[in-house]
Design a protein around this ligand. Sequence first.
Ligand SMILES: [Zn+2]
Length: 369
Amino acid sequence: MELFYNCKIYAPERLTQTQVLTATGKILAIGDDLSVTGVPLKEFDLEGRCLVPGFIDQHVHVTGGGGQFGFASLIPEVTLAELAATGTTTVVGLLGTDGFVKDLPTLYAKVKALDAEGLSAYMLTSYYGLPERTLTGSVAEDLIYIDKVIGCKLALSDDRCSFPTELEILRLINQVRLGGFTSGKHGILHIHLGNLKTRIDVLHHIVDQYPSLISYLSPTHCIRTRPLFDTCVEFAKKGGMMDISTGGTRFVEAHQAVALALEAGVPLSNLTFSSDGHGGVRREDPATGEVSYTPAPLTLNYKEMVALVRDGILPLESALQLLTTNPARNLSLRCKGRIAAGCDADFVALNEDLSIHSVYAKGKKVYAS
Ligand SMILES: [Zn+2]
């Protein structure tokens, strides 16, 4: 058992209690005068720091992305230490354009490894393109029979994608939905958006015809361009989710995009951050013209959440939602994203200046500054 005390608890809403008691990776109780007798108790004195839910990153190339400039451009895998240092305790791994040399069995093994090391890790089946790639023969059966599979990946409106038709997208939604309700998961179709001017026209058409399908769609890279952002705002105002990549190509910084989306009338609950971490970032040496690919950073979700608070866009309890309750709801991870009895004991302790002091996953310390 573990007792976290002297805490300012953000659940993410601010709680008045100061202590959290955990056992076997779960939160048992929240209170002010918690005590146990007869069992070993590990105590963490947080000296008045904020205790917030561990962060969820729903788009990470855990096996490394890249491969768009030959074999030498393949990006290495993430490590637990890298994720934990950014406050991320729950991660969703996926493939990008890299569905060939970085395949699904390797992704599954990596996700299981991160889980065994102490984080909570999940994966999406398939990859950027079509025909879909699966572990068992169909997207639905991957969701049903593979514990870690919680959705499916696809790319749209990108000149590297497979140019999926409306019917192909509908059939994938059908697969995640069937697989989801058979297995007790929600099942989502996570859609990479590129910069082609077709944007998300097809998704608007789908949800206008079949409104109940909107909760299965999870478009990402929504701030790549201003026109893409504007149409994603309309999608979110219909009830859809809008995932803002904190790294990569974007027309404004992620925290500024949140301010714009809120001003345009998007509910805060429909916005999430994800890092696209360990995707390949293309760099060209201006002197020599030499091109290299380096891993996209994992730190920007945390930094952009802090920027929301620093710039007065949102108070901490609201800014935290983009990394906690909102992605948990999008992914239907019922024990994640909250500090509440019965939830997983995933926490980040923040210093007064919001720098990360320490990180705990399933009750175990996984990072200390
Ligand atoms: Zn990506």
